[in-house]
Write a protein that binds this ligand. Structure first.
Ligand code: FAD
Length: 444
């Protein structure tokens, strides 16, 4: 039975960053094996809904760690470092008591330390028995295989002047709708909320992006619930939805992309590990309830301190920065470097058309929201969320530089006090985005 000191189960985005951290901290050849069901070594998954749909990103160009400003780790990188990368290798059983993993082909691996990075999978409408949800032409986007299928479907839809419908107004829905529109398709974005990215955007922020989608020819159907799909010869031809009054409508569609959330891949470990918040419960070293077993990335529910309340609760974060940092944290813990407990400031980013935004912290509904910058021209604008006592708990910026983003991050991490009654940010609040960033910088 092949035996390794460390096995990384998952081999996705986090795996590349774990491998880098191991190598930087003294991993010896032969000690690490990475096992993934995908046919590729780790890559920067966010590219799939952005450059990949535009033909700009293709492997090996976006292997980790290029997204984090590091070296591009193509397959040769792993072999040079003495790391075994088992691709096309689905793990069907994890026996944590005996420290073994069984692969689909029956092979069994043993380990001393295990890092679980099995990520998440898209929520499928078939799970809710939505009529017609099993038809061909309905796409989900998680890996290169999905992205290749979508790129091929885009080409076919273009040839036939087909119409596309995107279900879901969150990150994936917004990015995919932008990608399809940039490919010249007629796109309708359908979602149940009353504005885009309801989880984060204020109505004012959403309005800026909605104007952009409108200008790009993307139609939006809000307050709409998809209730079924019509098909011809096993292939989708229409999307049925109900509006706020319950009336049913149909949209023509030869291509559908669904982005309605994700679920962590935890099934292999049910009954063996403590679970919480839809994921595997870990501590500040990314260690699970079983000694020697760690979990990182999308699958890990880790202690997260609320910027707004200071309370700590276990949470999952499906974001690439967390996957990178948590992977490095687990690697250091396994190497006995006793890293300081994981201290993560939530960070989200997205790019649609020529726009690009960042967000740090939290966006509680009861916070005071202070918008700033040029929202009419959609140039450099944003929003600050002020919690109790005027404490800055969340900051959003569109169109800023990397230095500006660092200022926002620092300001939220520090919990700057910007009480409205003391003038807050003064004139800058109604001034330009650059002026607000400058004021925040001056207060750091
Ligand atoms: C289309 C898309 C766009 C995104 N855009 C952004 C963005 O703009 N910004 C942002 O912050 N985040 C974004 N994300 C989220 C980000 O990509 C994830 O947070 C990140 O990939 C998580 O890394 P991970 O290693 O935990 O999981 P993953 O990268 O999903 O890797 C998990 C791996 O485990 C494999 N696996 C699962 N089960 C098994 C098994 N039983 N046996 C073998 N292998 C298995 C999977 O096939 C996969 O390769 C995006 C995600 C997607 C899908």
């Amino acid at each position: 039975m092949p035996s390794y000191k460390i096995v990384f189960l998952g081999g996705g985005n986090a795996a590349g960053y774990a491998a880098r951290a191991f190598v930087e901290n003294g991993l010896k050849a032969g000690e690490l094996a990475i096992v993934t069901e995908e046919p590729y070594c780790a890559y920067e998954r966010p590219a799939l809904s952005k450059g990949y749909l535009l033909g700009a990103a293709r492997l090996p160009g976006f292997h980790t760690c290029v997204g984090g400003g590091g070296e591009r780790q193509a397959p040769e990188w792993y072999s040079e470092k003495g790391i075994t990368y088992l691709t096309d290798s689905r793990v069907t059983k994890a026996d944590l008591a005996n420290r073994t993993l069984t692969l689909e082909n029956g092979e069994v691996l043993s380990y001393e330390y295990l890092i679980i990075g099995t990520g998440a999978r898209p929520v499928r409408l078939t799970e809710f028995a939505v009529p017609g949800a099993e038809l061909g032409g309905i796409h989900y986007l998680r890996d290169v295989k999905d992205a290749d299928a979508l790129v091929a479907a885009i080409a076919t839809a273009k040839e036939r002047a087909g119409k596309a419908v995107v279900v879901g107004g969150g990150y994936i829905g917004m990015e995919v709708a932008a990608g399809l529109a940039a490919n010249g398709l007629a796109v309708t974005l359908v979602f149940p909320e009353n504005h885009l990215l309801n989880r984060l955007f204020t109505p004012e922020l959403a309005a800026v992006y909605e104007r952009l989608y409108d200008a790009k020819g993307v139609k939006m159907v809000k307050n709409a619930r998809v209730v079924g799909f019509g098909g011809v010869d096993g292939k989708v031809s229409s999307v049925g939805y109900t509006d706020a009054t319950g009336a049913v409508h149909q949209l023509e569609a030869s291509l559908v992309v669904v982005g309605v959330g994700a679920r962590a891949n935890v099934e292999l470990f049910q009954g063996q590990l403590e679970m919480t918040a839809g994921g595997i419960k870990v501590d500040g070293q990314m260690a699970t309830s079983v000694p020697g077993v760690f979990a990182v990335g999308d699958v890990a529910a880790f202690p997260l301190t609320s910027v707004a309340t200071g309370q700590v609760s276990h949470a999952r974060q499906e974001h690439v920065t967390h996957c990178r940092l948590s992977a490095a944290q687990a690697a250091k813990a396994i190497l006995g470097l006793s890293p300081t407990p994981y201290d993560y400031l939530p960070y989200f980013y997205s790019r649609v058309f020529a726009l690009s935004w960042v967000f740090y912290g939290e966006a509680p509904a009861d916070a005071v929201k202070v918008h700033f910058g040029d929202m009419t021209e959609a140039k450099c604008f944003g929003c600050l969320w002020l919690g109790a006592g005027g404490k800055l708990v969340g900051a959003f910026l569109e169109g800023g530089s990397a230095d500006d983003a660092a200022v926002l991050k620092g300001a939220v991490a520090k919990g700057l006090r910007l009480p409205a009654e003391e003038g807050g940010l003064g004139e800058a609040v109604v001034g330009s985005g650059a002026a607000v960033v400058a004021q925040l910088k001056a207060k750091l």
